[in-house]
Design a protein around this ligand. Structure first.
Ligand code: ATP
Ligand code: MG
Length: 462
């Protein structure tokens, strides 16, 4: 007996690579193809002749779009998760009778699981690209030409840096806040054989303690509540073949110190929630403005990690110990900010002199901020002492230095006056530190009565 048209029609439906589901205007299931069974895990015999509403009530479907198609006479779309764990997109279309009424609803079911996996992968890649961009921007702001090295100690350190850079050894950079630890860290990477590989920086002080582990090690999908469903690589993995700069290492919580030590020794990492160990090839640079030896004694820093990090140390001196660099730095930052803000501001010789004497507790960063502030706020071409912020002048040490500088005024004073002024300030200082006339006399190798007479003459004592 030849096959009738309905049987052929069924076979035709089975050829489609989309799932197909046809119901009449009352929601009764008329046809279901093979692919539909496969995608949804539902059996034809359990569906044919059944009503969509019933199936929805029984929980077979989460939302049925057929009633909406019948009601509106318009195509409808919906995204659903099937009991087989797949993500499908439903496209329901009305089929009209000769009166223009909806007679049937045909729904195409397309598997988008792979698509949504691809989408997640794409967004993960986009995140990675953004991270690389950030890193590139960071590196671009630091090249060799804009680093000031004008002091013998700093030149030696730079030579040492170049020697260390090519060895791949872990480097510990020490120094007060703002001395240039970040600058030196990027130089290490740039002078190393890894210069074309990634350079990542992570600040151990600014990442919340609860997030440090996942930032460093990454995690597997669903490793903890709130974790992204796609999982995430940590910095150890991302910096593979490149350099990882652990800034403010002194702030790393103790449990993480133990984990970091293991990574340093074995060059192996395991994502949170994973059982698989992954080999990584990372060069580590650590920096801190803390005295780690003290932290070790206090028990806030592991001694084994400290010794492991101490393989090669670069200790950057504070700016006040690099007096030769102060003028070059002033010129460098004036140039930088004049260009940036289209100005032509300069400092008077007195201001430059004063800045050479200042203590610079915030080091290079403090100088950079000071000069930026002045260039932005001042309109005059020449900055004088009175234009400087008060804190620069208001400390005792600065006052003394200024007094001493004022003593030497070759325009209006005779040599005798200059020498007297100088003598006066020497005596004031000596008395302040030695406290008694006898001790001052001994220190300055002058007899007591002479000192006494001079102190009276200058009005230092009554
Ligand atoms: N030798 C240098 N030449 C040019 N600019 C420098 C130099 N040293 C430091 N700077 C600039 O001074 C600022 C502070 O430097 P950096 O961030 O490297 O200090 P740091 O030691 O890392 O400070 P912190 O301890 O606060 O992290 C930066 O803007 C940096 O570009
Ligand atoms: Mg820094």
């Amino acid at each position: 007996m030849p096959d009738d048209i309905t049987t052929f029609f069924d076979r035709i439906l089975d050829v489609f690579s989309d799932g197909i589901y046809i119901s009449d205007r009352f929601g009764k299931t008329i046809k279901v193809n093979d692919m539909y069974e496969k995608l949804t895990g539902l059996k034809k015999e359990n569906l044919l002749g059944r009503y969509v509403k019933e199936l929805e009530t029984e929980g077979v479907y989460d939302i049925a779009i057929n009633p909406l198609v019948v009601k509106t006479g318009k195509p409808q779309t919906s995204l659903q998760n099937t009991s087989t764990g797949r993500k499908v997109i439903l496209n329901g279309h009305p089929v009209f009778d000769h009166n223009g009424e909806v007679a049937y609803v045909i729904t195409f079911v397309r598997d988008v699981t792979v698509l949504s996996q691809l989408k997640e992968q794409v967004s993960y890649q986009a995140e990675l690209i953004e991270k690389y961009h950030r890193e590139a921007r960071y590196l671009r702001t630091r090249n060799h030409t804009n680093t000031i090295i004008e002091n013998p100690k700093m030149r030696n350190l730079m030579e040492l840096l170049k020697r260390i850079a090519v060895t791949d050894s872990t480097v510990l950079i020490l120094g007060d806040t703002g001395v240039g630890k970040d600058v030196f860290a990027t130089h290490i990477h740039q002078y190393s054989l890894r210069r074309d590989e990634p350079f990542f920086k992570i600040n151990c002080a600014t990442i919340p303690e609860s997030l440090i582990e996942s930032e460093l090690f990454g995690y597997e999908p669903g490793a903890f509540s709130g974790a992204s469903t796609k999982g995430k690589p940590g910095y150890f993995e991302m910096a593979d073949k490149g350099t990882l700069f652990l800034d403010e290492i002194g702030e790393l919580p103790l449990p993480m110190q133990a984990k970091l030590l293991r990574v340093l020794q074995d060059q192996e990492v395991m994502r949170i929630g994973s059982t698989k160990v992954k080999k990584v090839d990372v060069r580590f640079i650590a920096a801190t403005n803390r005295n780690l030896e003290e932290s070790v004694q206090k028990g806030t820093f592991r001694s084994d990690l400290y010794y492991r990090l101490r393989v090669a140390v670069l200790e950057l001196p504070p700016l006040r110990e690099r007096k030769e660099e102060i003028i070059p730095f002033i010129d460098f930052f004036l140039d930088k900010f004049n260009t940036k803000y289209r100005k032509k501001i300069d400092f008077s010789p007195e201001v430059k002199k004063l800045l050479q004497e200042y203590r610079w507790p915030g080091n290079v960063r403090e100088m950079e901020n000071l000069i930026q502030g002045l260039v932005v706020t001042q309109d005059k071409a020449m900055i004088e002492i009175e234009d400087l912020p008060n804190y620069l002048l208001n400390n005792k040490e600065m006052q003394e230095k200024l007094q001493l500088a004022n003593v030497i005024n070759t325009e209006e004073q005779s040599l005798g006056e200059i020498m007297e002024g100088f003598e006066k300030s020497v005596l004031e200082k000596a008395l302040a530190s030695h406290k008694s006339v006898a001790k001052v006399a001994k220190a300055l190798k002058v007899d007591r009565s002479t000192i006494f007479r001079k102190l009276k003459k200058y009005g230092i004592i009554q």
